[in-house]
Design a protein around this ligand. Structure first.
Ligand code: SF4
Length: 388
């Protein structure tokens, strides 16, 4: 394996030249900046077949056998050499776009990447999202990392329609239990998603998820990305479409949120969060790196100690500094408000670089955020009042 080095590939083959030709170019670019951080996707392909998988968007859903785009050593070099990577600052996600990091054939690659990052004494957040099996030996390897702030997010939806989610939800439940019981240096999040009205939002589903939340340091609840390509897949396979329209952002109706919060009142499990980074940072006892504290209504369900941490870490940035940053990145500052910096002409990657550097929300003037909407799609919410 090119750059593999330690035999960490464990049966994982690198894409052949012919296979590369059939892959969307975006997937060959192994580092991408997303909201939860720089995302390293050096392995693509997954056999798990979740109907709502984001791989539909990349035309990669048909690739069932994971393949490495590059080996672990090259992957780490691509990540830490990325122009937007900042040691100890930039949050990192591993293999969240096109495979599951805990698949047996993918795991050795992932652990080698983690080890190589840790050897550099980097203290960045690293997020791993899985719905597959996590065993005690995996936990031991995560506990052995000395510097990285690792968070394992275990996805559980409770969806029973096998056409939409063929993977048994009990697998995630067991992984959660093992990971939480063994956690010493890393943290465990119940990633309760996607919650879809009529599919997995019955009182029974809610009770089960809340029970599972007791096996996690924190719980995130969220909706469904229902992009055009995913809607097309549902149509082509005769699956019940959860919404009449597709949307750029995640869909999460207001009434469903209310039902969940009511059901969670008095629950003995871990605290619920609307945003992934809020749960991650709570679990590690640090302030939110996405600056969600500026969107005050997000924090009404957050434990008081965490609100205090975020309040301490949150500073409205100096307008001249932000103006310079925006200009150097090729855009323009529009406004600095108590909620967010508003910019023009900067793509997502540049906005996230600013957001994680400043710990403050950076919004695009062309994509207004609505109050009390928490960055979600408009579907299922009253007509918006626009603010920046
Ligand atoms: S205080 Fe607000 S921003 Fe901070 S973790 Fe809680 S919800 Fe998120």
């Amino acid at each position: 394996m090119p750059g593999g080095g330690r035999g960490g590939g464990g049966g994982l083959r690198v894409l052949s030249a012919v296979e590369r030709d059939g892959v969307e170019p975006a997937l060959l670019d192994v580092v991408e900046y997303r909201k939860s951080g720089l995302s390293l996707n050096s392995v693509i392909g997954c056999p798990l077949d979740c109907g709502y998988c984001v791989r539909h968007v990349f035309g990669n859903f048909g690739m069932k056998v994971p393949r490495a785009v590059v080996g672990p050593r090259e992957a780490v070099a691509a990540l830490t050499g990325h122009r937007f990577f900042r040691p100890h600052v930039t949050p990192v996600q591993l293999m969240n776009r096109a495979t599951d990091p805990m698949l047996p054939v993918v795991k050795p690659h992932v652990f080698e990447v983690l080890q190589r990052l840790d050897e550099q004494e980097l203290t960045n957040h690293v997020l791993l999202i899985t719905r597959w099996r996590v065993g005690e030996e995996d936990c031991a390897r995560l506990n052995a990392l000395r510097h990285l702030k690792v968070t394992l997010l275990v996805t559980h939806s409770g969806i029973e329609d096998e056409r939409i989610e063929p993977v048994d939800s009990d697998i995630a439940a067991r992984s959660l239990e093992v990971a939480y019981r063994c956690a010493e240096r890393y943290r465990v999040i119940l990633y309760w998603r996607p919650i879809v009205p009529g599919l997995n939002d019955s009182d029974r589903h809610l009770a089960r998820a809340l029970e599972l939340s007791g096996s996690a340091h924190a719980t995130v609840f969220t909706g469904l990305f229902f992009r055009d390509q995913i809607r097309d897949y549902y149509r082509d396979h005769g699956l019940p479409e959860p919404y009449e329209q597709s949307a750029r952002r995640k869909i999460f109706p207001e009434q469903l949120e209310q039902r969940i919060l009511t059901a969670a009142a008095g629950n003995e499990g871990s605290p619920l969060f609307r945003k992934t980074s809020c749960a991650v940072t709570y679990a590690h006892g640090v302030a939110d790196y996405n600056g969600h504290y500026g969107i005050r209504e997000l924090c009404d369900i957050c434990p008081a100690a965490q609100v205090a941490r975020c309040a301490d870490g949150w500073v409205v940035p100096d307008a001249r500094r932000v103006e310079t940053m925006a200009r150097e990145l090729g855009g323009r500052l529009v406004a600095v408000t108590e909620r967010a910096v508003v910019v023009e002409g900067l793509d997502e990657q540049r906005r996230y670089l600013m957001q994680h550097t400043l710990g403050f929300q950076i919004h695009d003037v062309a994509k207004p955020h609505h109050p009390h909407r928490h960055g979600r799609a408009d579907l299922g919410w009253p007509a918006p009042v626009e603010v920046s």
